[in-house]
Write a protein that binds this ligand. Structure first.
Ligand code: SF4
Length: 302
């Protein structure tokens, strides 16, 4: 990593969001991942075998989901986590470094780039992507390298985003909601920009006044979905590898239902069988599911 940018403009340290939750993984050792620290008040949706006992894993209603997740959250977590094969060589170290940057009052940025949004309801719209470094998870299939490459002030990020003369900014990661980005969101809004966030849904962020919220829950990777997103997300996006993933999407007690967020199935680009699974599921539940493709990959753009 190079010399920090705009070090002279350092502000007070950026407060972190509620304690770094659920970070890390260790193969099948889920203790560090699902330990009790920082988890109270953070209901989760988890994964289990659809055939699993105990009344079934997938809740039938929002209240059932909420009660189950609050009363016994660990019962909803996967019994073990897949082996990490993600793009960040050492995700835990990368996240520690990113958090250290925030303690110096700067934003840990992996990259800022201008492209088209490839996925979900905003697919095809020009967007400035601000990829924040660090993540609360280390998903086995993560295709994003979220190491810190730039240390920037809020003002520097806003100036760079404005420079593209594009109305939309997408805060992505890594996991942007693990930091308090309210000052950044306020400044972006003040500059007349609209803000999308892409998140795994672990932290509610009502104070950011987001214009478009995309949630991609990662419960199969030990993630936890905060119920705030059931009410406030614009869209949920589930990466589909199997029928179990479709069942997991269907278990969302709000998405795809009347007045709820949109519900997208997105085939895992690495699985040749995934498009067929998605198409069949959408044809079987036409009023619930929609298809999201990673169109930027087809276009071979970032
Ligand atoms: S939540 Fe997203 S950015 Fe974080 S490890 Fe998982 S896939 Fe990667």
């Amino acid at each position: 990593m190079g010399v920090p940018e705009h070090r002279a403009q350092q502000a007070a340290p950026l407060p972190l969001s509620p304690p770094l939750p659920n970070f890390g993984r260790g193969g099948t050792d889920t203790k560090g991942v699902h330990g009790g620290e920082g988890q109270s008040g953070s209901p989760i949706i988890g994964r289990a075998s659809p055939a699993g006992g105990g009344g079934g894993f997938f809740p039938r209603s929002k209240s059932e989901w909420y009660n189950k997740s609050v009363s016994n959250p660990s019962s909803l977590l996967p019994p073990s986590l897949p082996v990490y094969r993600g793009a960040t060589p050492d995700p835990k170290a990368a996240t520690r470094e990113a958090v250290a940057v925030t303690r110096r009052g700067l934003l840990p940025i992996a990259e800022i780039f201008y492209s088209l949004q490839g996925e979900g309801a905003r697919a095809g719209q020009a967007t400035v992507f601000v990829r924040v470094a660090g993540c609360t998870l280390a998903c086995s299939f993560c295709d994003t390298d979220f190491r810190v490459r730039r240390e920037m002030t809020v003002e520097a990020v806003v100036d760079e985003a404005r420079g593209y003369n594009c109305p939309w900014v997408c805060l992505t990661g890594g996991e942007p909601t693990m930091y308090d980005l309210q000052p950044l969101c306020d400044r972006l809004h003040k500059a007349g920009l609209r803000i999308q966030v892409e998140t795994n849904g672990q932290h509610p962020r009502p104070d950011w006044r987001l214009d478009h919220i995309t949630v991609s829950p990662k419960e199969t990777e030990g993630g936890r979905l905060h119920p705030w997103y059931l009410e406030h997300a614009t869209e949920f996006k589930y990466v589909i590898d199997s029928d179990e993933d479709v069942a997991r999407a269907a278990a969302n007690p709000a998405a795809g239902l009347p007045n709820g967020p949109l519900l997208y199935l997105q085939p895992n680009a690495l699985n040749p069988d995934a498009p067929r699974i998605c198409v069949e599921a959408i044809k079987a539940s036409p009023s619930r599911f929609r298809l999201s493709l990673q169109t930027h990959k087809y276009l071979q753009i970032p």
